[in-house]
Design a protein around this ligand. Structure first.
Ligand code: BG6
Length: 462
């Protein structure tokens, strides 16, 4: 959509968790740096006087980690208005149409439960509110391949797919955006980044937190749908794709899609599902729940660049640390025959830490004065060398308002990722228990047998 700039941002679900935790603080940050130009209309069920909306926004921003400035907030508050009503009631859309009278190109941002995506978009269309609009949806887009296809078909009745933006906040994280540049702007990286140099890829999203407070939601979702289908596979596409040939979104998407297409559907025996002990006692979780809170998956990418290189993904709750990283474990050099004991040293590793504290490490080996092998670490932290990044939602909202699609997922990719995970979702192996605070069930170690063992994530200060 060339030259599309939003004339208004309409946030459906303004009183919900996502809007108050993420969207409102991100809008405030945009306002603070003068990057917000349009009206902001909050929508939710129920009446909310303007003063209460302002109060809600103030509380949301004060609770976030951004320092509060009255003058900035006053500017933001002046942009905001509220329209209340039931999402299934046509009167809500009449009121919204009146609120948006004379405004071109609204961006409708649906911070809503997925079951409302199609009904709300259809009602927006019926009210004539989609003509020059765009619609941003949060994940999940479907719950499997079939439901994603159904949703796509339903939305297509009223919307051109180019009007749709699928939000995946991982794509707004600075080190994730950076992957494309790091890989292709640096000869040293570009040369290492393929089957000739890489023995295995490990991608870890570990969270210390349990699911307390979100039991009901989590139990209906599980780790595969919560973070693997979206965040981890999107990350993998950026790690594995070839260089785009131009700056347009079409080619970037084509390159990412090539990666997805080259990934065969997972084999169930290459997947380990785990559940932390105590999960079934969490309020909202079924007493006999078989939902996974941990998963480890082996994938292959059957392309000229990656054939034969195993890719291991793991993610989970109640793990020993909170960290997300991409780790390339490189091939061994030949044995060092010129040394007295013809040593085989540790293989080099390249680690991109996504969080906390985005950073890059090249792990090498060196021989110390006493003749012992020592790891030599070349580290850089992004903030020190590249400056403070924008927060993911700030970046994604700014791009969505400016009509820039590059950092969003799209339907073809979503369908591919559901296809890849289909056997696991259709025939899930039973969950294996693991004690909270450990690295999942022991079967996850068996999964990497014959390959480099799982590496503990690189944490700041280590
Ligand atoms: C969300 C998941 O999409 O991503 C959460 O629903 C998860 O369960 C979160 O905790 C992780 O995001 P981040 O940015 O904290 O790594």
């Amino acid at each position: 959509m060339p030259d599309w700039t939003a004339g208004a941002l309409v946030i459906f679900g303004i009183t919900g968790d996502l809007a108050t935790k993420m969207t409102l603080p991100a809008l405030y940050r945009l306002e603070r740096r003068g990057a917000l130009q349009c009206r902001v209309v909050g929508v939710a069920s129920g009446d909310l006087p303007e003063a209460d909306l302002t109060e809600l926004a103030r509380r949301a921003i004060e609770k976030s980690d951004v320092p509060f400035d009255e003058a900035v907030f006053a500017r933001l508050a002046r942009r905001m208005s509220y329209v209340g009503g039931d999402a299934n009631d046509p009167r809500l859309y009449e009121a919204l149409a009146a609120e948006l009278a004379g405004i071109r190109r609204p961006l409708h941002y649906l911070a809503l439960p997925p079951s409302l995506f199609a009904p709300v978009v259809e009602r927006l269309s019926a009210a004539g509110l989609l003509a020059d609009a765009r619609v941003a949806l949060e994940k999940p887009f479907g719950t499997d391949l079939e439901s994603a296809r159904e949703l796509r078909a339903r939305l297509r009745q009223v919307l051109d797919e180019r009007q749709l933006l699928l939000v995946d906040h991982y794509l707004g994280k600075e080190p994730v955006i950076e992957i494309e540049y790091l890989r292709f702007a640096n000869h040293v990286m570009a040369q290492l980044w393929d089957r000739d140099s890489v023995a295995a890829v490990q991608i870890t999203t570990a969270e210390k937190l349990d699911v307390a407070g979100r039991g009901r939601f989590y139990d209906s979702v599980g780790t595969v749908r919560d973070v693997v289908q979206n965040h981890l596979l999107q990350l993998l596409a950026l790690v594995a794709m070839d260089a785009p040939v131009d700056s347009g979104v079409a080619d970037l998407r084509a390159k990412k899609l090539e990666v997805f297409k080259a990934i065969p559907a997972v084999e169930v025996r290459g997947c380990v599902r785990g559940q932390y002990e105590g999960y079934r006692a969490v309020p909202g979780v079924a007493a006999d729940s078989d939902t996974e809170t941990y998963v480890a998956i082996e994938l292959a990418i059957d392309s000229w660049r990656w054939a034969g290189v195993p890719v291991f993904l793991r993610a989970g709750k109640c793990l020993p640390v909170t960290a997300t990283e991409v780790r390339l474990i490189l091939r061994h050099t030949p044995r060092l025959r010129f040394l007295p004991d013809a040593a085989q040293v540790e293989a080099n590793q390249l680690v991109l830490r996504i969080s906390p504290e985005p950073a890059l490490r090249l792990r090498l080996s060196g021989l110390d004065g006493a003749g012992r092998w020592r790891p030599v670490r070349l580290d850089t932290t992004f903030e020190r060398d590249l400056g403070t990044p924008e927060s993911p939602y700030e970046r994604l909202l700014a791009d969505a308002l400016a009509g820039d699609d590059r950092l969003f997922a799209w339907q073809d990719a979503v369908e591919e990722s559901w296809r890849i995970l289909r056997p696991l979702l259709a025939y899930p192996p039973p969950v294996k228990p693991y004690p909270a605070g450990t690295w999942g069930p022991p079967a996850a170690d068996d999964l990497v047998a014959g390959h480099p063992a799982w590496q503990s994530p690189w944490l700041p200060g280590t």
